[in-house]
Design a protein around this ligand. Structure first.
Ligand code: UT7
Length: 318
């Protein structure tokens, strides 16, 4: 059997930091409200001219370095993003050109905040089927570009960044199982209503029914955790680390309670990063790997929930 294993991680946050106090000056909000309702304290935002592929390239190079690989060793590039530089070519192709890699498949995956678990799951299957040996999987988003900065109910929630992993073929897992889901019945809860289909290009800003989405997120994530444990015959206590999508501290705490995991075993970056969409899990993973919390051999549960709605998990031994 061929499996995939995480060989290296990387992460990049843009230099510009915007605190809750900074936002108080531009929208009708308070630092106290944002902290209490979300756990967010600050976020990194792209500067003029800085794009999704800029962030992705930084994270990718760090992941390659950590894996001890050269870009030329890559035979698959998958980028999860909802904020590509252009409609096309894909951000994965732009990244491929920046890395001076030629010929291997490169494509984007669009599953909003669940994008990284989708992308990792797809890359894992390429490796399991023998179609790739060394895959670069990136979650990169410049969500600030698609926010309505006058809408306090959304603009305070998001940040920009990129996280990357290199997965390589291995004799033992690595990635143990992946679980992906979507339910378009909930498509109106989080969306950009404008687009090519209706010719409404002006209305290209995020809209969210936050309260309803919150409830669906908590129940859905609870189910995906149960599904992942049951599929692998595991007990809750077998999980060493929960690496959740970072949308809201209250959602993360609810999932940790479900797993009976103390918060010390949950990687939480939402205070400093806010919700970086597809980047949030690989950024959190990279942070906890680099600061020495996550060690080789430990069992990781990554789970995400996003617009679509989409959700999923990846269980992996690091
Ligand atoms: O990553 C994709 C998945 N994303 C999610 O799952 C996000 C899920 N939703 C959430 O995280 C939360 O629902 C929010 C953080 C978006 C909102 O928290 P909430 O506790 O559900 O608040 P709410 O929407 O029920 O709003 C409560 C009040 C409202 O005022 P009234 O109607 O009670 O007078 C809002 O107008 O808070 C008001 N409000 C704000 N006040 C200050 C909404 N946004 C703000 C704000 N500052 N930024």
């Amino acid at each position: 059997m061929i499996y995939s294993r995480i060989a290296g991680t990387g992460g990049y946050l843009p230099e510009r930091v915007v605190t809750n106090a900074d936002l108080e000056a531009t929208v009708d909000t308070t630092d106290a409200w944002i902290r209490e309702r979300t756990g967010i304290e600050r976020r990194h935002l792209v500067s003029d001219g800085e794009t999704c592929s800029d962030l992705a390239e930084r994270a990718a190079r760090l992941a390659l370095e950590a894996a001890g690989l050269a870009a030329a060793d890559l035979d698959l590039i998958v980028v999860a993003t909802t904020t590509p530089d252009q409609y096309f070519p894909s951000t994965a192709c732009i990244l491929q050109q920046r890395l001076d890699v030629h010929g291997c498949p490169a494509f984007d995956v669009q599953a909003v905040c669940a994008g990284f678990v989708y992308a990792l799951s797809i890359a894992d299957k390429f490796i399991r089927l023998g179609s790739a040996q060394n895959a670069l999987v990136v979650g990169s988003d410049a969500f600030s570009r698609i926010l309505d900065w006058t809408d306090r109910s959304t603009c305070v929630l998001f940040g920009d960044g990129a996280g990357a992993v290199i997965i390589e073929a291995a004799d033992t897992p690595g990635v143990i199982s992946t679980h992906l889901h979507a339910d378009g019945a909930y498509k109106d809860l989080l969306q950009i209503p404008g687009g090519l289909g209706n010719g409404d290009y002006a209305n290209n800003r995020v809209e969210m029914k936050g309260n309803e989405l919150f409830r669906v997120a908590v129940t859905t994530l609870s189910r995906i955790v149960e599904e992942t444990l049951a599929a692998n015959g595991l007990e809750r206590s077998d999980i060493d680390w929960l690496i959740p999508h970072q949308a809201n501290l209250r959602i993360i705490q609810a999932t940790a309670r479900k797993l009976d995991l103390p918060m010390e075993r949950v990687v939480v970056t939402v205070a400093d990063h806010a919700n970086t969409s597809a980047a949030s899990i690989p950024l959190a993973l990279d942070q906890a790997v680099r600061d020495g919390r996550i060690k080789r051999g430990e069992l990781l549960l990554m789970e995400a929930f996003g617009g679509g709605i989409t959700w999923g998990s990846v269980l992996a031994r690091f």
